[in-house]
Design a binder for this molecule. Structure first.
Ligand code: AMP
Length: 489
């Protein structure tokens, strides 16, 4: 491992020597200046060197590898219709479907004025359209590991000409037990290639992965590993467990939060909280691994359009959600895994914007709080929060038995190193067996389902609550990048 790059203080996109077609796309994306990770990584990736990037999602890291990849592949771009002229030359692996989809949308936007083709493949959806696209040929392939191996097995994906590999959110891929899949994929790639590894945290395991598969990488950091973004104000409120729902309502109302992600540790807890918030007049919907891909996309789009105030999420949803400049996140539960805290609060204060990370801590979560403070190497501001008229729904005073057992499962899953995410892989491929946490039926709030269906039916009909400013929806990505699965361009 080697030196750390130096940030040019006054970087501009023009100085990297990117092709006019790429600069045009950057301009159309609305970017005026490179973010620090882009200023550091783009020249290094352009030089052909391997990179080990410590950057949280929200720092602009996707463009930091996508733009130079497109630039480096441009000489091989072809307008020929022949699939042979469009082999997979760059492979971007991500842990979750959501992240794959978002990275693909970014790549497609940045490459739209070039002849380079891109595609995304992930599990949980029909393989056939993906196979069709792969057969026609794509230079840049974005994939989750499991589905990629399925395509390799079916001979619809050939990795023999990959020159550039990106392991995005590598820490999460390892957490999710993808190491065996990653090793299989890495063994299928040419040895002569450029490898870029991005990770929010640099654990011993990540360093080992890098030492095995990267060649003399340049380490690039924009924030200390395991540190949290400095532009995020973090407050922890001491609250009794039974007052948490009321506390969330109070924080949303008192702070005038129009868009907030509320994190829960369990899927059932998330569904239940979304329902309780709705009863208390907050437009909320739950998003987690039990919901189908299209349900998750619908809920996310409704949130981005500003039709949902509170998106109640598990850590599954935390990863790969590109919701720029979200003003706040609330941790309804403190995560069992301290690193998830870093990932969760990375949803706010993105790309230099400021944000609030508000956490509720009940007396029995002190251990989790101590773990978080140890990880981020600083004490968190602890404040008391009194909930004047506790919002208690009769049946909610005690967690449901199923929820208690789910929380227990989650704790044990964390201890044994399992992780959450939108898996696309059969369980036998994982290092850790998948907890039945992921297999339990989801009970969506009838109100939120109705709301999303009504919205979809009326094709953007009037929201129940005053709609947040259009500008906010734009910042949240609702009016920006194409959300559809990228296709060849
Ligand atoms: P990422 O960390 O790649 O998920 O990016 C976070 C968000 O920042 C995305 O919405 C990007 O579109 C946006 N973004 C990336 N680069 C820039 C830039 N140079 N200026 C403004 N926004 C950017």
């Amino acid at each position: 491992m080697s030196d750390t790059a130096v940030t040019p203080s006054t970087a501009t996109f023009d100085q990297f020597g990117l092709a006019p077609d790429i600069l045009k796309a950057i301009k159309e994306s609305g970017y005026t200046t490179p973010t620090p990770i882009q200023a550091k990584a783009i020249p290094v990736v352009l030089s052909g060197r391997d990179v080990m990037g410590a950057a949280q999602t929200g720092t602009g890291k996707t463009a930091s590898f996508s733009l130079p990849i497109i630039q480096r592949l441009l000489p091989q771009a072809s307008t020929s219709a022949s699939p042979a002229r469009h082999p997979v030359r760059a492979l971007i692996l991500t842990p979750t479907r959501e992240l794959a989809d978002q990275v693909a949308a970014n790549v497609q936007a940045y490459a739209k004025h070039t002849a380079l083709r891109s595609a995304v493949v992930f599990g949980g959806v029909d393989m056939n359209p993906q196979s069709e696209q792969l057969r026609r040929g794509v230079e840049i392939l974005i994939a989750t590991p499991g589905r990629l191996l399925d395509h390799v097995q079916q001979k619809t994906a050939n990795l023999g000409q990959v020159q550039m590999l990106v392991l995005d959110e590598a820490d999460r891929m390892l957490d999710m037990g993808f190491l065996p899949d990653l090793q299989r994929i890495l063994n299928l790639l040419p040895k002569e290639r450029q490898t870029l590894l991005f990770s929010a945290t640099f654990s011993g395991e990540i360093k080992k992965l890098a030492a095995t598969y990267l060649r003399d990488p340049q380490t690039i950091e924009v924030a200390r590993s395991n540190s949290t973004a400095t532009n995020v104000t973090q407050i922890v409120y001491e609250v009794a467990e039974g007052d948490k729902t009321g506390a969330v309502v109070k924080l949303i109302r008192e702070r005038g939060l129009k868009q907030v992600i509320v994190f829960c540790n369990s899927k059932i807890g998330a569904s239940r909280l979304a329902r309780s918030l709705e009863r208390d007049g907050v437009v909320a919907t739950a998003i987690h691994g039990d919901r189908s891909q299209s349900e998750r996309m619908q809920a996310l789009d409704a949130f981005k359009r500003g039709e949902v105030e509170a998106l109640v999420a598990t850590d599954v949803a935390a990863r790969g959600l590109d919701i720029a400049e979200l003003p706040a996140v609330i941790n309804f539960d403190l995560p069992f895994n301290a690193e998830d805290y870093v990932h969760r609060i990375g949803r706010t204060g993105r790309a230099g914007a400021s944000g609030d990370a508000l956490s509720l801590c009940s007396p029995n979560e002190r251990k989790q709080l101590a773990d978080i403070e140890k990880l981020i190497k600083r004490p968190l501001d602890l404040q008391r929060l009194t909930v004047d008229a506790p919002v208690r729904h009769h049946h909610e005073d005690r967690p449901l038995r199923r929820e208690r057992s789910e929380a227990r499962d989650e704790r044990s899953r964390r201890r044994t190193g399992g992780a959450s995410g939108s898996y696309d892989r059969p369980h036998h491929h994982r290092a850790q067996p998948v907890d039945d946490f992921f297999l339990k039926p989801y009970e969506p709030s009838p109100a939120s389902v109705r709301k999303i269906e009504e919205t979809a039916a009326s094709n953007g009909g009037a929201p129940q609550k005053p709609a947040p400013k259009r500008q906010l929806a734009a910042l949240l990505g609702g009016l920006g990048m194409p959300r559809k699965t990228p296709s060849s361009s």
